[in-house]
Design a protein around this ligand. Structure first.
Ligand SMILES: *Cc1c(COP(=O)(O)O)cnc(C)c1O
Length: 422
């Protein structure tokens, strides 16, 4: 199967009409390729689906934080959901509008809070009472008012992988609804804080609408209660989490998701803030790799490729399934013996796909699809592997937006520190 804008044209795998094999040749593999036109089309479609509901799309930077991608999303008018000081620096470096930044995360450090106050970001999505009072003290000392949203944990089961589920009461994210209800009047009274919104994020890769709508209804009940007590919020942030297709999932369309949210909002005037990450970028990215060896062992076939868990961690971390397809379309009747596609890293979990009937061998190119989100961002230097290059396609042009790392890049931060040495 192929995905999104990755499709065979005349037997050659292309993205947005650009053939991928020459990119693998030119830049080497492993190589990430993103089709920005497809990402932009999704952004516009999402915004259109929300229509007349006042809204702001704040792209979740952690899904894919390449500067060239952020700069282009900023130009489309996107806001950004960040989870660290590093992501703040990235958004600013890419020309993002600070007023459209929301800052999520359970463990914001003092330095990160200060940097975000200095940058004048749009909203702090506060996840605990101690964080709230630390932010209050920092803002007051700086003589400013920090715009605050409380992240509530609506305690709904998103029915996704436990590692990417965040909205149940036994995990570390957010505040219980009653706790938030009690905190809003207290924060409203503090000179260093200004209540502007409420937020939740219940998990990732959700493939049904109900958990989103259940969560929103619970949060709206609190919004209404606060309003009755004279506290009005200007935005409601429903987080990210909309799922995509990797295999046979059938996630709701952006239109259905938008319609569901609007239905629950019933014409409330607040700005609807959304934090999509995966939905915007996953299907528009692929990891290109080359088969190094084909190996047969105890009746099992292995394709050992030059990409690994260091480039794409999702299969090892979440047991995630990604389509793996040859760069040259196989004949209709060509089916190889099922093979495990594995990387060279010294870990048994370094598997990119199991039992794939791929009719390829040594030297052939493959594309691992659906790799635009949580791909490069989770890459590591384990086994002293250089992180891969990234290419962004736009209007038929290929731009190298991150060169392949070199060993010198990796060593630059280290010191031999030998006794008596230089
Ligand atoms: C990770 C995250 C997102 C994005 O999630 P996706 O599943 O990629 O859409 C949005 N908001 C918060 C707070 C997150 O932690």
């Amino acid at each position: 199967m192929t995905l999104g804008s990755f499709a065979y044209e005349g037997g050659i795998l292309c993205a947005g009409g650009v053939p991928l094999a020459p990119l693998a040749e030119r830049y080497g593999t492993p190589l990430y390729v993103y089709d920005f036109d497809a990402i932009a089309a999704r952004y516009e479609a999402f915004s259109r689906a929300l229509g007349d509901q006042p809204h702001r799309i704040c792209y979740a930077v952690k899904a894919n934080s390449n500067l060239a991608l952020l700069a282009r999303l900023a130009r489309l008018g996107s806001g950004f959901d960040i989870v660290s000081g590093g992501e703040l620096a990235r958004v600013l470096a890419a020309g993002g509008d600070p007023a459209k930044i929301v800052f999520s995360g359970v463990g914001k450090s003092t330095a990160e809070l200060k940097a975000a106050l200095d940058a004048n970001i749009g909203c702090f999505n506060v996840e605990s009472e101690p964080e709230l009072w630390r932010l209050a003290a920092l803002a007051e000392a700086a003589g400013v008012e920090a715009p605050v949203s409380l992240r509530v944990n609506p305690d709904v089961d998103p029915k996704t992988h436990p590692y990417i589920s965040t909205g149940l009461k036994d995990n570390k994210f957010g505040l219980a609804v009653d706790q938030a209800a009690a905190l809003y009047p207290r924060l409203a009274a503090h000179p260093g804080l200004r209540p502007v919104g409420i937020d939740f994020h219940i998990g990732s890769q959700l493939t049904t609408l109900e958990p989103f709508i259940d969560a929103l209804r619970r949060v709206l009940a609190l919004v209404d209660q606060l309003e009755a007590d004279g506290l009005t919020l200007s935005h409601i942030d429903v987080g990210g989490g909309l799922g995509v297709r990797y295999d046979d999932e059938a996630p709701p369309s952006a239109a259905a998701y938008a319609a569901g949210l609007k239905g629950a909002l019933q014409g409330r005037p607040q700005t609807l803030v959304l934090e999509p990450g995966r939905w915007l970028v996953a299907e528009s990215g692929a990891l290109l790799t080359t088969v190094e060896y084909e190996k047969h062992h105890e009746g099992k076939r292995f394709l050992i490729v030059d990409a690994a868990m260091t480039e794409l961690l999702r299969p090892a971390l979440y047991d995630a399934w990604h389509p793996i397809v040859p760069l040259t379309e196989p004949a209709a009747d060509a089916e190889g013996t099922p093979a495990d596609v594995v990387g060279p890293v010294c870990e048994s979990s370094d598997v990119l796909g199991r039992d794939r009937p791929l009719a390829v061998g040594e030297g052939d190119g493959l594309a691992i699809l659906g790799a635009g989100a949580y791909g490069f961002g989770m890459a590591s230097n384990y086994n002293t592997r250089n992180r891969p290059a990234e290419v962004l396609l736009e209007a038929g042009q290929a731009h190298l937006v991150r060169r392949r790392e070199r060993y010198e890049d990796q060593f630059a931060l280290e010191s031999l520190a030998l006794p008596g040495g230089e």
